[in-house]
Design a protein around this ligand. Structure first.
Ligand code: UD2
Length: 307
């Protein structure tokens, strides 16, 4: 099959491209390389690379037929969505409308969207179910939520099968550690590698549903390839269904960096930080046959090996 992956040169997108190639599909990657990198992509005859903003793409840019599009291109940062909400709105929400128009023009039957647990905000009920209230607490979360709602509105009209994958805390190789809003695992990896101290906001007992990027790539691939009715909409959490505390994460890191003996600075919890979060993944399991294969420890091990 032939799929478009927007943001295909980014962290999660590039792993998805690898998975699709592994399953013998061909892939058109659209990426403006703002945060993505060309080196993230393998050299493969079945990749066609378009260096463009998805909003600037025209139907003529694509080779047809297209069996589905995975839309991951975004400003993937909560911090930037606060500091530059208009640009984030353009990249996160307007881009989704551009993708829907492309689906219409190119008669693409399937759209899989990279949504986020950020749509839930500070949910207090655990595990987090897709039916729980969505009360985003950042422009980023709001843009992801409204993107889902646009697609839910357009899908029946366009006879498009739409899947929103609400990702929890994704980690793995190629995640950028360079912003305070980067995932904690990429920040810790970077610090440990350089023998630098790490900072824990709060007491480290907070838990997150850390899901390895290879499992996420498989979830996207299943969403792209599982036959779903035209005009239908599906929303699924993507996580492991288990919470891991930061203290547990630090202990895992210590096994991979036994020589690391820098300080752990404990400081005040971040404003708005939630204490516990983990997903209910039964919907992804029943609808997409998704079953995470990677333990947090083995994922961190592979990440460290990749350095
Ligand atoms: C995740 C998303 C964020 C937003 C939010 C919505 C990631 C990477 N971040 O934030 O974009 O969607 O969910 O709920 O998926 N921490 C430290 N030390 C550090 C960095 C972080 O202690 O150097 C703590 C942080 O305060 C938090 C935990 O580690 O308690 C996880 O932080 P995170 O930024 O990786 O992820 P999260 O769930 O807060």
């Amino acid at each position: 099959m032939h799929f478009i992956v927007t943001g295909g040169a980014g962290f999660i997108g590039s792993h998805l491209v690898e998975q699709l190639l592994l399953e013998d599909h061909s892939v058109t990657v659209v990426d403006n390389l703002t945060t993505g990198k060309h080196q993230n992509l393998p050299d493969h005859p079945n990749i066609n690379f378009i260096q463009k903003d998805i909003i600037a793409c025209q139907p003529e840019d694509f080779i047809q037929p297209i069996d589905g599009i995975a839309h991951l291109a975004a400003t993937p940062s909560v911090g930037e969505s606060w500091s530059n909400p208009l640009e984030a709105h353009h990249n996160n929400l307007s881009a989704m409308i551009a993708v829907l128009l492309l689906c219409e023009a190119l008669k693409i039957p399937k759209l899989v969207f990279a949504s986020s647990a950020a749509v839930y905000g500070n949910t207090s009920q655990l595990p987090v179910l897709e039916e729980h209230p969505t009360l985003p607490i950042s422009p980023y979360g709001l843009q992801k939520l409204v993107s889902e709602q646009y697609a839910n509105l357009f899908a029946p009209q366009l006879r498009l099968a739409f899947v929103a994958l609400r990702m929890f805390n994704v980690f793995g190789p190629r995640q950028r550690p360079d912003s305070p809003y980067s995932g904690v695992i990429s920040i810790f990896t970077n610090a440990m590698q350089q023998g630098l101290p790490i900072t824990i906001y709060g007491d480290g007992t907070q838990t997150r549903d850390f899901v390895y990027v290879k499992d996420v790539a498989v979830a996207f691939t299943k969403a792209l390839t599982t036959p779903l009715p035209a005009g239908s909409c599906l929303t699924c959490n993507v996580g492991t269904g288990k919470g891991t505390s930061l203290l547990q994460v630090v202990n895992i890191f210590k096994t991979y960096f036994p020589q690391w003996n820098s300080k752990i600075n404990f400081t005040a919890a971040r404003l708005g930080d939630i204490q516990h979060s983990y997903a209910d993944i039964s919907k992804a399991s029943s609808s997409l046959d998704f079953a995470p294969q990677w333990l947090v420890a083995s994922g961190i091990g592979r990440l460290v090996e990749s350095l």
